[in-house]
Design a protein around this ligand. Structure first.
Ligand code: SF4
Ligand code: SF4
Length: 300
């Protein structure tokens, strides 16, 4: 199909077979996530750490945590069963760039056996600038960054603390550092020709209006897509940590903001906020067929 109006043909050529970016591709190509990254270096006020990263995944879901060796075996087992498998993502259950050894080892092991699979990762960006050279070495051409603010004052209402440079930091300092590292991540990825999608979680009364400014800034810095996701408030799952009583946006509020933002929010309307261990075509999740007890000890 043709490139959307606001996307250059070169970018479109890179993403049109990616099930997450192309409405059409998502019927023909499968993706999977492996949950190899349990640790996280920040605290979002809407996250409950017992569950998958709420920036990238459905709230209230616990994915099966794997070692890099298990993950590689699982990916190969899935590729043997689902030949349309084209994308492997690491999106948690914590932050994929924090405990980098695990993410890197997983990608390396998979690439040895399945060199054609596209690799991608989702991260809050705090640790990413330290690993951008590795991304290039591993031919990773897509990264998703979750950016909920470009004003650290707004950030103080979203992030009670971050862990950075061996220290826990709180208040405005935490949000300032997070903001600087997120902008640095965007710039470094853009300079190196790695495609960046930005995810933002819309939190009514906290960052809803501010996300218009976020949209302008991330587009200016080269993000090819800005995906605005609703906060899914699910207190029964304990998903809301420091924002008790916080509601998510209504469908109309979400649509209004998406329509007001430039660049590709439309393309992402089919994003399902998949589990950190999702397997299959986008509309389906065959993860239960590939839990570790069902994956053979030896796969080739
Ligand atoms: Fe939770 Fe993800 Fe935020 Fe970390 S980045 S606190 S895992 S929502
Ligand atoms: Fe694709 Fe969204 Fe699912 Fe990620 S969470 S695999 S972007 S549909």
């Amino acid at each position: 199909s043709d490139a959307p109006e606001d996307m250059d043909p070169e970018t479109w050529a890179k993403v049109k077979d990616h099930p997450c970016y192309s409405e059409e591709a998502h019927h023909y190509f499968a993706r999977m996530h492996v949950a190899v990254a349990p640790a996280c270096n920040i605290q979002c006020n809407y996250c409950n750490r017992k569950y998958d990263c709420a920036n990238e995944s459905r709230p209230g879901v616990v994915s099966e945590r794997l070692t890099p060796e298990q993950a590689a075996r699982k990916v190969i087992a899935v590729a043997n069963e689902i030949p349309q498998l084209s994308v492997l993502g690491i999106a948690g259950p914590g932050d994929s760039a924090y405990d980098w050894r695990k993410t890197k080892e997983t990608f390396q092991r998979v690439a040895e056996t399945l060199p054609d699979i596209k690799l991608c990762l989702s991260t809050n960006g705090l640790a990413l600038p330290d690993h951008v050279d590795d991304l290039l070495d591993m031919n990773i051409d897509h990264v998703t960054l979750t950016i909920n603010m470009i004003d650290p004052e707004v950030g103080t209402k979203i992030y009670p603390w971050i862990f950075y440079d061996h220290k826990r930091r709180t208040g405005l300092e935490a949000s300032q550092i997070l903001h600087e590292r997120q902008m640095q991540s965007l710039d470094m990825l853009h300079e190196r020709g790695i495609l960046v999608k930005v995810n933002s979680v819309m939190i009514p009364g906290i960052n809803d209006e501010h996300l218009l400014e976020v949209n302008k800034e991330v587009k200016k810095r080269g993000a090819f897509l800005h995906n605005i996701m609703p906060l899914i408030s699910a207190p029964e799952h304990g998903t809301v940590f420091g924002l008790e009583g916080q509601r998510g946006p209504t469908a109309a509020e979400l649509k209004k903001l998406q329509d007001a933002c430039a660049g590709g929010a439309n393309l992402m309307k089919h994003c399902r906020q998949c589990r950190a261990d999702a397997v299959g075509l986008l509309g389906e999740d065959r993860g239960q067929e590939f839990t570790m007890d069902l994956v053979p000890d030896e796969v080739t």
